[in-house]
Ligand binder design. Structure first.
Ligand code: AMP
Length: 389
């Protein structure tokens, strides 16, 4: 996961920069100010409690903040990461954030502090006040919000400085320049994280051949559950015998078996730049498992790619393959091929749809030659990596 907190006085540009960051890095945005304003608009108990404090420019109690933050985080546990805006604002909230991150088995990558001079903040907020409709964008309240910031919020910086995750950015510059500087900070941050690709496609779409070659080209570890299962069969292990039986019936191997193999692979793969997953996740349950496994390694899915090939082409490719030495144990009969295509349709397509909502799936036309398709996917991965680094 990539978890970032944007820090700075009111008017520093946290909201403006957040718009770019959530899109670019696919983060879940948590602005305590926005949540409170929403509670207020809906006249909830929480909103009404906070109303007068917000109107005067004071800080809402840590008790209220912990409730709204916890609720939001727990409702969105599978995002790529969180972007916090306006939180933590007190020393206590810094500890609250630590606790929440631990609960999610992750940590805050960095706190980016947008440094802006006090008078610049006032000018910006007064300007915003002309159109924002916010009750706290008037000079008296603005001065009070800034006083609260300098008294109670600024000391929080020391907490993150001590932890070594404070990153300072000059927020007095034009918006675009601030964005560039923030991106540089995050690029540094991501240098140490893994780049993980999930490669989808119907059986016969070429995902195996492509996956292997792509892994080699980009220095990623290729994780193909099918191959891992075949190896177990070849080894004649106990698990292998079970797998052979499942294949003979044209069924999917149980999640327990697959998870064990993947977990072992992730544990064993030290010093890698990332992974290409092929043939996993195949079901919604497995997609949750992958999220969990990656999270355990402090990581997340960076890119999802689907190779698209028309059904008739798939059938003729698979039928041709079963007559060659390259045939797989599950290619042996037409009925099994059909079963596998149907399984993909029923069980894996919903996973792709889910990922499409979460990450945006890149669709690749898989009808061309190996090289054509390889180039198309390579370009996607290259740009994915560039965006990340
Ligand atoms: P913002 O939109 O971040 O400027 O927040 C607007 C107002 O909401 C602040 O002036 C506070 O009254 C309240 N607020 C927002 N976030 C917090 C927080 N983390 N702790 C305390 N009060 C907050």
């Amino acid at each position: 996961m990539l978890n970032i907190a944007l820090f700075g006085p009111p008017g520093a540009g946290k909201g403006t920069q957040s718009e770019f960051l959530i899109k670019e890095y696919n983060l879940f945005y948590i602005s305590t100010g926005d949540i409170l304003r929403n509670e207020l608009a809906n006249e909830t108990k929480l909103g009404l409690e906070a109303k007068n404090i917000i109107a005067s420019g004071g800080l809402v109690s840590d008790e209220i903040i912990v409730q709204i933050i916890e609720k939001t985080i727990i409702n969105n546990p599978f995002s790529n990461g969180f972007l916090f805006d306006g939180f933590p604002r007190t020393y206590i909230q810094a500890y609250i954030l630590e606790g929440l991150m631990i609960k999610l088995n992750t940590s805050l990558n960095c706190l980016i502090s947008l440094e802006v001079e006090e008078e610049e903040s006032v000018t910006r907020l007064l300007n915003r006040g002309k159109t924002s409709g916010r009750m706290d964008d008037n000079e008296t309240v603005i001065r009070n919000r800034l006083k609260e910031y300098y008294d109670k919020t600024l000391p929080v910086l020391q907490f993150y400085k001590d932890k070594g995750v404070l990153r300072e950015v000059n927020g007095n510059q034009i918006i675009e320049k601030v964005t560039v500087d923030i991106k540089d900070v995050i690029r540094e941050e991501l240098k140490n994280s893994l780049f993980n690709v999930v490669l989808f496609g119907y059986p016969g779409s070429g995902r195996g051949t492509q996956g292997k070659a792509l892994a080699e080209k980009f220095g990623l570890e290729y994780v193909a559950t099918g191959n891992m299962l075949d190896e177990e069969i070849k080894k004649g292990s106990e698990i292998g015998e079970k797998i052979q039986e499942i294949y003979d019936n044209g069924l999917l191997v149980s999640d327990e078996i697959v998870v064990q193999l993947i977990e072992k692979k992730l544990e064993e793969s030290k010093d890698v730049k990332g992974f290409i997953f092929k043939g996993f996740p195949r079901t919604l349950v497995q997609s949750y498992i992958l999220d969990g496994l990656l999270k355990k390694h402090g990581s997340f899915i960076s890119q999802v790619i689907e190779i698209e090939v028309p059904t008739l082409d798939l059938i003729s490719r698979l039928d041709a393959r079963r007559k060659t030495d390259d045939k797989r144990p599950y290619d042996s009969e037409t009925s099994k091929i059909v079963q596998r295509l149907a399984d993909h349709q029923d069980k894996t397509v919903p996973v792709i749809e889910k990922y499409n909502e979460q990450h945006g799936v890149k669709k690749i036309d898989g009808r061309g030659t190996f090289e054509d398709v390889f180039d198309l996917i390579s370009n996607e991965i290259k740009s994915g990596m560039q965006n990340m680094r």
